[in-house]
Structures are given as structure tokens and as C-alpha cells.
Design a protein around this ligand. Structure first.
Ligand SMILES: [Fe+2]
Ligand SMILES: [Fe+2]
Length: 188
């Protein structure tokens, strides 16, 4: 029998396969940011969105080469619902899998996965080391500097904004707000 995991179950499963602080923190951030966007697009299913965020990189610490492929197998073994498996795997669209983000949640995941990394990297450079006083224009400036946080794909972020039919500025502004809503101590 397949199930939609609660946020707590998703976190427990994540911790079975992930030990490094970096990965655990990234999962928490993406989960929290998806929760913020769920309030806007799909408020009844906020916990579902958060669980997807929590599990999206389930396989990345141990199986980076099979990212978004191995995770499908792991979740199936644990009886996780196919909709969650699909949603999490879709952020590897065009890289390791051919699962196109269709649902708005999948598009948000696709867009914010890289963007939260970029915003976090900009925030950490500030005297406050915080997103609280971070402005859109600071992020935009770094967005246009490819050597800064070069691992955060600008192409993916832009593609995510396009999928959502959202101007890039709005996506960045919303994601800053979403990150401000997270608990402090999440690496920012
Ligand atoms: Fe990923
Ligand atoms: Fe990720």
C-alpha cells in the first residue's frame, strides 16, 4: 500500500539516507520554501508540498550519479505514493530523468532548488548573514555574475520562472520572503 508521508515521516526517511549537515539543511530550506509557496497556490496541501521538499534530494548524498533515479527506487521500497515519487524526481528533468514538471508544486520545486542556494550564498556574505535585510537587487546582481556561486544554475532558475509563467524578479522576491519565514539557524 502506498502512502503520502507526513512531514515527520518524510524527515525520518531523509535521515535514513542523509547524514551530512549540508544536505539536511538544504532539505529543510527547500521544504520550508515549498510550504510558503503552498500557502499561495495550494493551501490545503501545504504538508504535502513540504514533504516533497524534504524528500527531493533523498538519494543525492549517497548516489549523486543516480540522482532522481535511485530516489524513486528507495521511495518505492518504502511504500511512498507515486505522486510524491514523480514530484520529487521531476526536479531532475533534462539532467538525469525525463519527467517534466507539470504540477505547480513541481515547477516551484524546480525553480527554488537552485535559487535558494543562490540566495543563501548572497545572504551569507552580508554583515547580518541573513535574508532579513536582503534585497532583490543584491540577488539580481549576483545572478548576473556567473562566477559567484557558480554551482547554482542560472539557466535552471530562469527555466523554472518561465515554467511558472512568472517574471524572474517576482520569483526571486517571493523566494526571499519564503526564506525569511523559515526558522532561524537554517544556515542563514
Ligand atoms: Fe537535486
Ligand atoms: Fe536540491
Amino acid at each position: 500500500m502506498s502512502r503520502i508521508p507526513t512531514l515527520e515521516q518524510a524527515e525520518a526517511l531523509l535521515k535514513e539516507y542523509n547524514k551530512e549537515d549540508f544536505h539536511l539543511r538544504h532539505a529543510q530550506i527547500v521544504s520550508g520554501v515549498l510550504g510558503w509557496f503552498a500557502q499561495k497556490y495550494d493551501p490545503e496541501r501545504t504538508e504535502y508540498w513540504k514533504a516533497v521538499g524534504m524528500l527531493h534530494d533523498l538519494d543525492f548524498e549517497q548516489w549523486p550519479e543516480e540522482h532522481c533515479i535511485k530516489s524513486q527506487e528507495l521511495m518505492r521500497e518504502h511504500g511512498i505514493d507515486e505522486s510524491v515519487i514523480r514530484a520529487t524526481a521531476s526536479h531532475g528533468y533534462g539532467i538525469t530523468v525525463d519527467i517534466r514538471p507539470e504540477h505547480v508544486m513541481e515547477k516551484v520545486l524546480y525553480a527554488v532548488d537552485e535559487l535558494t542556494g543562490l540566495i543563501g550564498a548572497v545572504a551569507i556574505m552580508r554583515p547580518s548573514k541573513s535574508v532579513d535585510d536582503l534585497e532583490l537587487k543584491s540577488v539580481k546582481k549576483k545572478f548576473k555574475t556567473p562566477s559567484f556561486a557558480a554551482g547554482c544554475s542560472r539557466e535552471v532558475i530562469q527555466k523554472g520562472a518561465d515554467m511558472l509563467g512568472m517574471p524572474l524578479d517576482d520569483l526571486i522576491s517571493d523566494t526571499i520572503l519564503a526564506m525569511r519565514s523559515l526558522n532561524p539557524g537554517m544556515g542563514l
